[in-house]
Design a protein. Sequence first.
Length: 437
Amino acid sequence: MRLALLGCGTVGSEVVRLLHTQSADLAARIGAPLKIVGIAVRRIGRDRGELPVDPAVFTTDPLDLVKRDDVDVVIECVGGIEPARGWLVEALRAGKSVVTANKALLAEDGGTLHDAAAEGGGDLYYEAAVAGAIPLLRPLRESLHGDRITRVTGIVNGTTNFILSAMDATGAGFAEALEEATDLGYAEADPTADVEGFDAAAKAAILASLAFHTRVGAADVHREGITEVTAADVISAKAMGCTIKLLCIAARGVAADGRETVGVRVHPAMIPLTHPLASVGDAFNAVFVEAEAAGQLMFYGRGAGGAPTASAVLGDVVAVSRNRLAGVRAASESAYADLPVRPMGEALTRYHISLDVTDRPGVLAAVAGVFARHDVSIATVRQGSGGGGVAGRGEDADLVIVTHVAPDTALAATVRALRGLDTVRSVASVLRVEGGA
C-alpha cells in the first residue's frame, strides 16, 4: 500500500517514525506492507532529526505527488484551508483515499471533500481532526449509527483546559495561567485560535455533523473564548460547587414552529463538580455523548501532541488500506437529516451574572424588576447586609445572580438592560451555567 505524506512537521514526523517501528504489525493487520513513496515539504533541507526514510522521497511539489499513479493513500498533516483543499480534492477525485487531521478544512468545507470522495470512490477518514488519539469520530459515525444522539458536550481544546484548570487550582488570573501554558509548551506563541475558541468551534462543527447527520460548518457555531474569565469568576464558581470549562455543546432541539433543529455553541461555562467533565484537568480532552438507547457515554484522553495524533492517523491508514485491498469503501457521508441550525438566541441556558452596584436601598428591587420585565426567573441571589441588600464596599457593592433556564436572547437582553440602570456601575461578569447546576 503506497502512501503519500503531505507535511512532515510534529505530526507528520511522528507518523513516519510509527510507520517504521510498527511496520511488521501494521502489515499483518492490513494484509500488505505500507510504503511511503513521497513526502511533500516546504523545505527539503530542514533538519527533521533521524527520520527512517529515504531522502529521495522528499519533494516540494505536493500537487504533483497526489497526482502520481503510484499513490494509493494520501495523508495530510499540513493544516489550513488552502492549498490543502485543492490537494485533497485532486486526490479524492482521482480515486485515492485520504486521511487528514485538518479540522479547520473539514469545518470550513468538509462537504466539498465528501463530494469529491463520492465522485472518486475513495475513502475520507479524519479521526485525528478531533480529540487526538481519543476514539471518538468513528464511534459517532459507525458504532452509534443505530441510535439517536441527542446531545454532545465536550472539552476539546487542551490549551484552554490547562489554563482554566490552572486558574482553578492556583487562583491565578488568565494572563498568568496563559504564561504558564506557554512556558510548558501547551500554548502556541500566538494562542488566538485556542483562547478565542476557534479551534474548539471547528471541532464542534465536525462533531455536530456526525452526530446529527447534518452538514454543520464553522460559521454555524456560536463562539466565545476564555479571555474574559477572571479569578473572581473561578472563586464564584467554587462557591456554587462548580468549575469553569470551555465547552462545545451540540444538541437537538425544537423550533417555535415545531421543526427539529440543531444548535452548536462554544463558550466558557460553569458546570457542577458532580458532572463527569468537571474532573477533566490539565491538557486532557473529554467528550460526553447522550443517546436515546445507549444513554450516557464518555470519551477521555490526550487530545493533542505528535504521538497521540499520529496514533489516530495510523488507525485511519489501516482502515482505508484494508478497504482498498478488499475492493470496498467505507460508508459515505451521512447528511440525510439536513436539520436547520438554530440561532444562539433560541438556546435555552442559565446565566451567572456578577454586578457592581451602588450600595443604597432599592437596588435589589430595581435589578429584580429588569429580570421580570424580560421574563427571566432568578434562581439565586448572593448578597450581604449593605444598605441596598447587597454586599457593601463603601459606596459600591457586589451582587451575584444565577437565573433559571431561559432563551439566550432574553438573557442577553436582560444584561443589556442591566447595563442601562443608573444603580449598576458595571456588569462585571456574565457566564453561562450548564449541566444542571
